[in-house]
Ligand binder design. Sequence first.
Ligand code: GDP
Ligand code: MG
Length: 655
Amino acid sequence: VPLERTRNFSIIAHVDHGKSTLADRMLELVGNIYKPGEAPGAAPPGSTKAAMAAAKAAESVANEQVLDSLKVERERGITVKAQTASLLYVPSGGDPDKPYLLNLIDTPGHVDFAYEVSRSLAACQGALLLVDCTQGVQAQTVANLSTARKSGLEIIPALTKIDLPNADPEPALEQIESVLRLPTDDVPWTSGKTGDGVTDALDAVVRRLGMPKGRPDAPTRALLFDSWYDEFRGVICVLQVVDGVLEKGDRVQTSHGDSQYVISELGLLTPGRHPVRRILAGQVGYVVTGMRDPREARVGDTVVVVQGAGATPAGEPPVGPLPGFEPSKPMVFASIFPVDTSDFDGLRVAVEKLALTDSSVTLVKENSSSLGFGFRCGFLGLLHMDVFHQRLADEFDMPVIATAPMVPYRIELEAGHSMPAGAAGTEAATPDEDGLITVERPDDFPDPNIIRRTFEPMVKASVIAPSEAYSSIMSLMQTHRGRSDEISYLDDGRVLMKYIMPWQEVVTNFFDKLKSATAGYATFDYEPAGYEASNVVKIDMLLNGAPVDSLSFVAHRSSAEVQGRRVAQRLRAVIRRQQFEVVIQAAFGKKIFARERIPPYRKDVLSRSGKTVGGGDLTRKRKLLEKQKKGKARMRSVGNVQLSQEAFHAVLSRG
Ligand code: GDP
Ligand code: MG
């Protein structure tokens, strides 16, 4: 297919507005590139198991969602990993001998992956922006549109779910015009369920998007925007050839890496693998090389040809990277520890395997003074963290204790001071080019006396909710240090409120509170908004006089003591009585400002309300003992106090 008949596009939408359903319906209606009888190859999700499931789904088509194949994605109905599919499409009234090659670049629909989304969008000329016509414009619709506009994309708004009995297209169209400021004269009305309007959407893509720009004769530059790990083939990269050509046998290299690789296979994704001989400028496809380490496949990196048709001619300087690359930056940190201390090796094997299919998680071994060996993990955001924990449980059956998440703070030290090595055996942090040190663990927070200034990460949050909720949202935002940025009323009785707020406040259970403040009606989204100077301090939690590093946290000075008292109270509620007294304290520096006490229990384990269980009642006795043993499975002792996962939740919900 020539370049004039190629279109690269993506679909963006608020969660649950029907993106995956519509994409699957597109594949089902038109997406048959492989010849009859030819089996599709393994599809590109995060794990081999999932790949097989997806390949199977692709074969049986329909009903199952082909594009969302990771188990957690299905369970939560979200797209964690972008997936790409090429389809051959003859537009309505078009010449059947002249089909268009449409490359559908699915994007992860979550703010955690904002950078990954921006790189995927960089490979597109336009995007279908879906609005569920029973829900109207939502917070994520606004945020997605802003990202797409930043990438300079042509936006085609489209309505979804028009088959539903309560479908009400008029207000949705009105909002597309007034809130999103997009023209509504050419909006496809679609249903991923019945297939209605799907061809209208594809026709609009063909008609309204330009062909990919690119210089076929220039030295090759390809934008790597996704990758996955295949147990047998190693790392498989998904890329768009921007200039030049990629061919089987080419020796290639990335602009931000040193290693060279030889292309052993390349092709189109349908979404199974469909090998071809070469990928030309403007086209999207996958590449298999000998690459084994997923961290070598950096999203946003540029693949150049060292030896092959697309190589730079001898004597010319090598081609530079495509713009827009950023190294992956974790935005939230939390530690995990095996429930059974002797099983650190089991945990290590599990997290290393998991990291193969998730190259954006960072792992540093740590030695906590309270919980022993574990890993400090860095995640792109809260969803990314949840997915990692859930996969650890689902796919590796690995029970862990996870600490409350913390955001990266940046610290300027007083002149003449440097950071000591991390308390948990991690290396001493060194200042970046701005002279700032990043702290990712509460216990690494330096002594306040040597801190000149601290900076915390901010986000720009968008909330859409019924107007009645306006004042409760405002007061919630106030207690979470939000600064109002913009307020506009939508015509359907809802209000759009934009705030600048500290990212740490969002991390500390904010969404749950917003939901309950608005009876579940609010939608919420955010984008990173840089760092701001802030007065934050570390609060220590002590059990029987000894500080417990895994329970300490960082909070804003103004609410630090309130939070410390709250954590102490919550801990009192979740720590089981022991045979001795437990004293819980919160301290700021040397100053103890909160104290809670759990009195010892004096009764025998096997007694109930003072009466000893009769000697004859063996089964009941055994059951009681077993129940106690089970409870223990999820407990860790710190000093001589037993802590369950709830203790760490107490720290999480302190805000
Ligand atoms: P995504 O989060 O945007 O990928 O949304 P999904 O495609 O997963 O859809 C969310 C829910 O809406 C699922 O339960 C779908 O079955 C349902 N859904 C999606 N599209 C339609 C549609 O056109 N009509 C109807 N009736 N339901 C739909
Ligand atoms: Mg989806």
